[in-house]
Design a protein around this ligand. Structure first.
Ligand code: KIV
Length: 276
């Protein structure tokens, strides 16, 4: 991809202390997934604060049935491409299933790879209080961690499918306790996925660090969507996602116009040809 930003002064980088500032000022944070340099550059230039190279690359880009088969080796080139493309946004790398859970040392080693090889500026992983030591080790060695609570796709098989989490008093209290444990361990933000809006509001009120919702209602500190859902790329998107465009249709229409012009020998015309 050509560097179209050459010579243009770099904008001020969005950094972890801006997360806190945004919460204190009541300014909603914007976050989108990105999986390559092209989308990363477009979202960065559009002013998105946080780019998540999500393990949702698995089911959205790589043809996996879910996020579970995604490997560190699959994540790294995507993280590197987005990191190189983003001039302002904070780039967060997801740690894929099996690459961090078994010990703080395993988690730290994978996070270090995301930093050194992927050039990420933060990592995200799924889970609550039982991963507090994992968060603590990363944070104490200079790796900002974003937590992920509520519906955690890597645990889909334990959770019995894609289901709203935190329903009922006991589950809601557990979620609040998990969020507090992550904050105390040094997490810089927490993603809340598919959580009832009142529970997400409660977590947002008790935490000092920002919450970023996906299917968690409006009373959180920021929102995240999978970019293909946001842009209208697929035939299906979850109930909580809104389509802000019809990029899939536009891409298909451009592709049909291109194919038709090639077949009709209209393209390339004289303006697209070199005579000498
Ligand atoms: O991988 C991903 O896209 C995510 C978002 C759903 C938050 O974790």
């Amino acid at each position: 991809m050509a560097d179209q930003s050459a010579g243009v002064p770099a904008p001020q980088r969005f950094r972890v202390h801006h997360l806190q500032q945004a919460k204190e000022r009541g300014e909603p944070l914007t976050m989108l997934t990105a999986y390559d340099g092209v989308s990363g550059r477009i979202f960065d230039e559009a002013g998105i604060d946080l780019l998540l190279v999500g393990d949702s690359i698995g089911d959205n880009m790589l043809g996996h049935p879910s996020t579970i088969p995604v490997t560190v080796e699959e994540m790294l080139p995507a993280v590197r491409a987005v990191s190189r493309a983003a001039r302002r946004a904070l780039v967060i790398a997801d740690l894929p299933f099996g690459s961090y859970e078994s010990s703080p040392a395993q988690c730290h080693a994978t996070a270090v790879r995301m930093f050194k090889e992927g050039l990420a500026q933060a990592v995200k992983f799924e889970g609550g209080a039982h991963l507090a030591d994992h968060v603590r080790l990363c944070a104490s060695s200079g790796i900002p961690v974003v937590g992920h609570l509520g519906f955690t796709p890597q645990a889909e098989n334990m959770l019995g499918g894609k289901r709203v989490q935190g329903r009922g008093d006991e589950a809601a209290e557990r979620l609040v306790a998990d969020a507090r444990a992550l904050e105390e361990a040094g997490a810089v933000a927490v993603v809340l996925e598919m959580v009832p809006a009142p529970v997400a509001r409660r977590v947002t009120e008790v935490l000092r660090i920002p919450t970023i919702g996906i299917g968690a209602g409006p009373d959180v500190d920021g929102q995240v969507l999978v970019w293909t859902d946001m842009a209208g790329m697929g035939a299906w998107s979850p109930r909580f996602a809104k389509r802000f465009g019809n990029v899939g249709e536009e891409l298909a229409a451009a592709t049909r116009r291109y194919a038709a012009e090639v077949r009709d020998r209209e393209f390339p015309g004289p303006e697209h040809s070199y005579e000498s």
